[in-house]
Write a protein that binds this ligand. Structure first.
Ligand code: 5RP
Length: 226
């Protein structure tokens, strides 16, 4: 199976965990695309009833709406039962890096308001240690050169994320993304704590202690790891 087929297989499989009468957080990305597509099918044929979705990006919002899935804003639900999202890298302790699609701030807000979180990934995302995938941060434009210098001084190898025209990528909230290209993250909790205390950084892509179930796409089919 190619990577896209693996993503589709886990996206479809993950919908088995969605129950009727629940509020579902919808992540962002090419793997989540398949999950939302399958959820739309099962909602339309009545296998899953009475759900509300909470999106983590305008992409997922639009896709879910186009399939007729009722959607609400995070402000308008009192809880989320389950969020299903993709990830960029997951270590053996289920700690993860997210934000490859620059949606990590909204994804983290939805994830931390969810009773349960499931990640869906193809096998290439599983790693012994985090860090070979660059760690995204989201920084406010005001004073961003100072924020950049602080990250550099900490030896975190920052780089502004650029689009195909060489312009700085803007997030949903019109902030910049600085990727940290460290190669290896030995102490994710210490790093997350330091990043959490930097005033100009709105969010970072370390998602720690949030997930206890991952659906991984292997060539012989999706496996649920808990
Ligand atoms: C977006 C994310 C995505 O979930 C992550 O990048 C995985 O994406 P994909 O399923 O396309 O590989 O964190 O901010």
């Amino acid at each position: 199976m190619n990577q896209d087929e693996l993503k589709k297989a886990v996206g479809v499989k993950s919908v088995d965990f969605i129950e009727s009468n629940s509020v579902i957080g919808l992540g962002t990305g090419s793997t989540v695309y398949y999950m939302i597509e399958e959820l739309g099918k099962r909602y339309q044929n009545g296998d899953i009833k009475n759900i509300v979705g909470v999106a983590t990006s305008s992409r997922s919002q639009k896709q879910a709406e186009s399939l007729g899935i009722p959607m609400k804003d995070l402000n308008d639900v009192d809880h989320i039962d389950l969020t299903i999202d993709g990830a960029d890298q997951i270590d053996k302790n289920f700690q993860g890096i997210k934000g490859g699609g620059a949606a990590h701030l909204l994804e983290k807000m939805v994830a931390t308001n969810s009773h349960k979180n499931i990640w869906i990934v193809d096998q290439s995302k599983m790693a012994d240690e985090l860090g070979s995938f660059p760690l995204p941060t989201e920084v406010i434009p005001f004073g961003c050169e100072k924020t950049f210098s602080d990250l550099k001084a900490e030896n975190l190898h920052p780089e502004f994320r650029l689009d195909e025209n060489g312009k700085r990528v803007l997030t949903h909230n019109k902030n910049y993304v600085i990727d940290l290209k460290m190669g290896s993250i030995k102490h994710p909790h210490l790093l997350a704590d330091w990043l959490d205390h930097q005033v100009g950084i709105v969010a970072h892509g370390l998602f720690l202690d949030l997930v206890n179930k991952v659906v991984v796409g292997y060539d012989d089919g999706p496996k649920v790891i808990e």
